[in-house]
Design a protein around this ligand. Structure first.
Ligand code: GLN
Length: 307
């Protein structure tokens, strides 16, 4: 298949949509980003990449980081983790407080904010401090992306903390139900730190190969997690990766994927490749509008969906 040509066709088709979405202005530092940007990358199992658009431009990975933190939590806690955080779709917005109250402080899944904050808390307990936790998370990301030059954008982390009322509320609510071990502010700051890591679509598509290949990096042969853990993460990406638009993403794209409010999306084609797309204009559920469409065009043109 001529992947480069397919990417070029996709770029042409989504160009008219680029101004349609709305950037994530609830994080003030992200509000000034030009929504008319687009990038897409594919990485095959031998490491070959195909790219289109601004695929070297760094952006805030935001909730895509939840895939990496959940990977670490499953690796160290395995099934013991279930009980603290579930694996059912929430059907609610990513930052909703409502369900958490009537479900006694146990988040539905690790990809809504409450779940990801809880995962970060579990990692802090495992690694003993917020500093060592952040260090382990970023080292893990550098390893799976096979790229040393990956850093946090401190201005984004600061901006998130200054306006982090909702996330602080989610953490406080979990603490009140005795489902958070560490200090609310420590946990939320560490969560914001990993959300503020910057990557581009080339790095992100490379970083997802381990999930397309049963937990093993097909290029370096490193084993990160077991095949059954990889299966579980992919299942949660498919059912919960796009919050209250997860059904829509499965319906239109048909791949396990995860979005972030920075406008990035990652997705995997099992046993074949990993993809990443970026366009900062978001739809009503906080997922990249043109990015989602680009992935839909990809699976339609190639037939490479899991269904
Ligand atoms: N850091 C963002 C937040 O907590 C992540 C949300 C997202 O990407 N959906 O609101």
């Amino acid at each position: 298949m001529d992947y480069q040509k397919i990417l070029e066709d996709i770029e042409l088709e989504i160009k008219p949509m680029l101004g349609d979405g709305k950037v994530a202005d609830y994080i003030p530092v992200l509000s000034s980003i030009d929504p008319n940007q687009f990038a897409m990358s594919i990485t095959l199992f031998d490491g070959t990449q195909y790219n289109i658009g601004a695929s070297q431009k760094l952006f805030s990975i935001q909730s895509i980081s939840k895939v990496f933190t959940y990977t670490l939590a499953l690796k160290f806690y395995a099934d013991k983790f279930y009980g603290r955080v579930g694996h059912e779709p929430s059907g609610d917005p990513f930052n909703s407080l409502v369900q958490l109250e009537y479900e006694n402080g146990v988040p539905r899944n690790p990809f809504i904010n409450a779940g990801a904050i809880n995962v970060t808390d579990a990692l802090i307990s495992y690694y003993h401090s917020s500093e060592s936790t952040y260090k382990e998370i970023i080292e893990f990301i550098r390893s799976i992306a096979d790229e040393k030059e990956i850093y946090m954008d401190k201005a984004v982390a600061l901006s998130e903390m200054e306006h982090g009322y909702r996330n602080i509320s989610l953490a406080s609510l979990m603490k009140s139900f005795d489902n958070l071990d560490n200090s609310v502010l420590d946990v939320v700051q560490t969560y914001f730190n990993h959300c503020s890591i910057e990557m581009n679509t080339q790095m992100l598509s490379r970083s997802m190969l381990y999930l397309a290949n049963h937990g093993f990096d097909p290029v370096t042969n490193k084993a990160y997690i077991s095949p059954s853990q990889a299966k579980r993460i992919n299942a949660v990406m498919l059912t919960c990766g796009h919050y209250d638009a997860s059904g829509d993403f499965a319906y239109n794209v048909g791949l396990p994927g995860k979005s972030g409010v920075g406008g990035g999306i990652v997705a995997i084609v099992p046993a074949k490749m990993a993809l990443s797309v970026w366009s900062p204009g978001l739809n009503a559920q906080g997922n990249s509008l043109a990015g989602t469409k680009a992935l839909e065009l990809f699976t339609t043109k190639t037939g490479l969906s899991i269904f």
